[in-house]
Write a protein that binds this ligand. Structure first.
Ligand SMILES: [Zn+2]
Length: 418
């Protein structure tokens, strides 16, 4: 068997494993609450609030879709013409065309080109979120955030590219196997270390102050049988008025994080309701599920890249000879961009199902549908989410059920529908 045939078989195995695992662990059967309940919930919301949220999203759309379109066009132009290969060569020239310089600096140059193209849209977006009072950031703080995320991406991306091209040079015929294993391992490693290494670059996390709320949250976790080391408060108010909470990491790095804005905007009972949702994620191991799906997806992507690399016409478009040389970097990033866009709606669907299950967990754990619904209204009104967004937008992008879907789920629960 040739390496290519092995790769095709391996891709088949990884994809079957991915589909089987997702089929088993994702709660596919959970339909949203009845539409009639959703419409009732929508009518219960203040009309001016709904209008303001819709106006906000209408104003955000041009910058969001503009960034998407320009970013994609830029990636395709760089990847499907020799322009990207020329940029990579340019980056390596001061270093005697050394492959490490080409791989790392070339990669950074290509990504930076994409960032520069979409920067005006990000700035436009910032003006809208400031005008609507969601963002509290000055232009300076906004730019610092942008620079920080570029630096984090440069370090992680640079190491990944270095690893990739090292393996590709050492094992020109079998790099896809080592690359697939490496990519999967990287996803697991990142899921483990991002909460402790990267999140603190953007926010300060402090243990929630001793008091009745903290005591109640810890006893809620104990009642739920979920060991939680700590509940942390993030200083999100330095950049936003939006409220949120999340669980990240697993094993010893697992933590429940509550935005400080939540503590000032929501009632303690609502914070408990949000924490109960996060405990649902912890109890079902949703971070682990996401990590395993991500790892299998990354492995499949690397093998698929290898197989695409045998298409002569694709390489000729990019003006290169092999997927294993750094000059093909822009083509590689263009293919990854395309795969990301195509996989987005599937990821969003998986996420919505998992979020709906965490909502059901919160309702069952607290038994308090009224507070859950009040909390969803609060989240929606403070964060200016469109309570009932257009279906196509919801299907393609939404990571969570809509506000009316979540309110309706609480109403169905209160009626005894579990
Ligand atoms: Zn959630």
């Amino acid at each position: 068997m040739t390496p290519r045939l092995w790769a095709a078989c391996a891709l088949g195995v990884v994809l079957v494993a991915l589909v089987a695992y997702a089929g088993l662990v994702i709660p596919w059967h959970r339909p949203p609450a009845p539409r009639a309940d959703q419409l009732d919930a929508l009518r219960a919301l203040p009309g001016d609030q709904v209008q303001r949220a819709r106006a906000f999203h209408a104003e955000l759309r041009p910058s969001s879709y503009g960034a998407l379109a320009v970013g994609l066009a830029g990636a395709l132009v760089l990847g499907l013409t020799p322009l990207g290969a020329r940029l990579v060569s340019l980056a390596g020239r001061p270093f005697g065309d050394h492959w490490i310089a080409q791989a790392v600096l070339g990669g950074l140059l290509i990504v930076l080109a994409g960032e520069v193209l979409t920067l005006p849209f990000a700035a436009w977006r910032h003006t809208v979120v400031v005008r609507y009072g969601i963002s509290t950031q000055t232009w300076g703080a906004w730019a610092v955030d942008l620079a920080k995320s570029y630096a984090v991406g440069a370090v992680i991306g640079g190491l990944a590219l270095l690893g990739f091209y090292t393996v590709a040079r050492l094992a020109p015929r079998w790099w896809w196997a080592f690359g697939a294993a490496g990519a999967a391992a990287l996803v697991v490693l990142l899921s483990f270390v991002l909460p402790v290494l990267v999140e603190p670059i953007f926010n300060k996390f402090t243990p929630m102050a001793q008091g009745p709320l903290r005591t109640e949250l810890m006893s809620l976790a104990a009642r739920d049988g979920v060991p939680v080391r700590d509940v942390l408060v993030a200083d999100a108010s330095r950049r936003t008025r939006a409220v949120n909470a999340y669980v990240s990491g697993f094993g010893p790095t697992r933590r429940i994080v509550v935005y400080d804005t939540m503590l000032t905007e929501a009632t303690p009972a609502e914070v408990v309701s949000v924490a109960a949702h996060e405990l649902g994620h912890a109890k079902r191991g949703d971070v682990v599920i996401g990590t395993i799906i991500g790892a299998l997806g990354a492995a499949a992507a690397v093998i698929a890249l290898y197989l695409l690399g045998s298409l002569g016409w694709l390489l000729r478009l990019a003006g290169t000879e092999s997927m294993a040389e750094p000059r093909t970097l822009a083509l590689l990033l263009a293919l990854v961009t395309l795969a990301g866009l195509a996989g987005g709606p599937v990821q969003a669907l998986v996420s919505r199902r998992i979020e709906a299950r965490a909502d059901a967990h919160a309702l069952a754990l607290t038994g308090d549908a009224a507070t859950f619904e009040a909390m969803q209204r609060r989240l929606g009104s403070v964060n200016l989410s469109d309570p009932d967004p257009p279906t196509w937008e919801h299907v393609i992008f939404a990571s969570h059920p809509s506000t009316v879907e979540r309110m309706a789920a609480a109403r169905a629960y209160a009626r005894g529908e579990r």
